[in-house]
Design a protein around this ligand. Sequence first.
Ligand code: 3HC
Ligand code: NAI
Length: 698
Amino acid sequence: MSEPAVIRSTQGEIGVLTVNNPPVNALSAAVRTGLDEGVKAFGADPAIKAIVLIGGGRTFIAGADIREFGKPRAGTDLNEVIRIMETSPKIIVAALHGTPLGGGLETALGAHYRISAPTTRLGLPEVHLGLLPGAGGTQRLPRLTGAAYALEAMVSGRHIPAKEAASKGIVDRIAEGDLLQSAVAYARELVAQKAPLKRVRDQQVKLESPTAIADFERSIARKARGFKAPWHIVKTVQAAVELPFDQGLARERELFQELLTSSESAAQRFYFFAEREAAKVKDVPSDTPQREIKTAGIIGAGTMGGGIAMNFANAGIPVTVLEVKQDALDRGLKTIRTNYENTAKRGGMKAEDVEKRMALIKPTMDYNDLKDADVIIEAVFETMEVKEGVFKKLDEVAKPGAILATNTSGLDVNQIASYTKRPGDVIGMHFFSPANVMKLLENVRGKATSKDVIASVMTLSKRIGKIPTLVGVCEGFVGNRMLRQRGVQSAYMLEEGALPQQIDKVIFDFGFPMGPFQMSDLAGNDVGWRIRQGKKEKEQRNVRYTGYVADAICELGRFGQKTGSGYYKYNLPDRTPIPDPEVEKIIEENSKRLGITRRAISDQEILERTLYPMVNEGAKILEEGMAQRALDIDVIWVNGYGWPVYRGGPMWWADNVVGLKTIHDALLKYKEMSGDPFWEPAPLLKRLVAEGKKFSDV
Ligand code: 3HC
Ligand code: NAI
């Protein structure tokens, strides 16, 4: 017979309830019912004087079972379990280790006392699922910590270290040594002292200042834009301050239910699992043997190489950085040091850690210093000739079994691999800029890349703090390939009647941090200009040129923020974009020259023409197998390009918010309007619409 979800045992007069639901002891129906029955049984047993509640395995309860949301409810309701605990006649001590999160911490707040292992990190992260703590957390946490602290904790959803939790009264004691034994000893001590049944609900909420809640609400305006949950959390804390406990709890329930059925939460819950799924490779089983990575090498200490090196140093992995020129090497190392020092100045790390990290980064100009590296990542100039030289050299010096990775953003990884006699060891690791900050990694699988290299790189990605995805070799890989579609239509709409500020506003209002023209001004308009010239795009007669306005802007030296003007003007050092009548003139003259009569373009048209082509390209990517699943594309867009997570990702949004048929029909409408084959729906999109299916069914 399988073990129960809550195991009952005794240590003398102490009853022990051990939650047994690996891997994270989520509060499934069986766990909730087990707690209900266990607390009642010990409560009624005269031989038991107090109860210890603990998690088996790696953690205390890490929250509600997210997979159960939206399904018919079974078992005892969590709020009822907590009520039963709180009103138990026996003292309950919650013993916390690992990550007591969400409903897990809320359960612990229903206990009379809490003891924690020193390494525990606890919190109420429901906000990341588009939810609020729905089992009394919004009412109990402010009673322990004060309203403003609780607001910050719940709206950030951060994991709070045990020491801080103790200083705020969330836990009563930090355990020394074995947690269970410490908890049992604590329970005995409480019984001996005839300690009261301390109930959080009986405490008064402390409001740090009369304007604490309003101040907090103002402080999140920018960060919480577009999200629902943070604002609802504020309402629940307001209720905690103003209403008696039970009424506050009812308000929490009402707001929780509203979020639970919202599209925002559905998107964010989808995303929680998508991110975890994206790390898995369909044809590479999780037990694939992996290569051990103890040291790393980076070629090139420029913008990307420096950032990549920092990721390794941050993870405690020694890394050797190679450049061909001393001054480039010195500059690269200096930038890394400055980055660390700035973080330390802002309080993000300790001053002594700057030296510790720097000590892990070894500069060199000698390829022999890479002979022991387990993984070597190339981040040199983006030309095939330079990459060829580097990979031929690496093939000579790298030890057998070393993983050879390229950070190319556009070159053919298969061709790069062909410069070595070990293409199976070659893979793309496409970091995003700034590489020490951006979480996304598009790992690029070449046709020869071996499975153990893929498995090792996916694991390594997580070790260096990244969110890995796996993509195939194609122009722009997944993210940039889709971004290009948005750029094409944005450029055409400038010619047809829109202005940069209108297009940017639509994209911003959709939830992106900024629109395409602000982004271009930030990244430098000259980058695209050079690429267009290099590819001789203007001379290609078979496609409508996208660069007329962009070229005119660049020809005036308006490269963006760095030159103080681009699609906007800037009063540097203030980087606020200011719409510029000069640009308007350039755009209008351009339309005239092209013989285009400008017309009013609606916001809806802008939205459709920028986002639907991305979805269409996503369909092609999926069909070609360049992404494993639709969800991988979503993870890429949320992490690499600022797609608002409360809209899931482009493919989830297409599937669940807009509907594939709507997109398909709109593509055909624009095709008819423009006569441009650009708008042809992807075969996969056509097929799914005909079959009434979604991208998630592929
Ligand atoms: N429900 C269901 N499954 C969960 C889960 C949960 N709450 N938390 C984690 N899992 C699953 C993961 O999907 C993963 O499954 P897989 O192995 O099949 O991919 C497995 O457990 C292990 O999770 P991780 O890979 O994330 O393991 P880590 O060790 O890296 O992290 C963790 C552990 C910190 C607990 C992390 O999983 C996490 O943050 N979980 C979510 C915690 C959370 O949000 N809790 C609040 C839930 S909402 C709630 O409680 C509502 C309440 O207020 C009423
Ligand atoms: P960069 O110009 O800032 O840095 C390149 C560095 O490589 C320079 O310091 C240069 O001295 C060095 N270098 C050139 N040839 C070398 C050689 N043969 N051996 C050793 N070092 C050499 O360029 P950046 O932006 O860091 O780009 C590097 C790579 O990363 C490119 O392939 C680029 O496409 C890719 N990439 C760039 C992104 C970005 O936003 N900058 C984003 C993702 C990928």
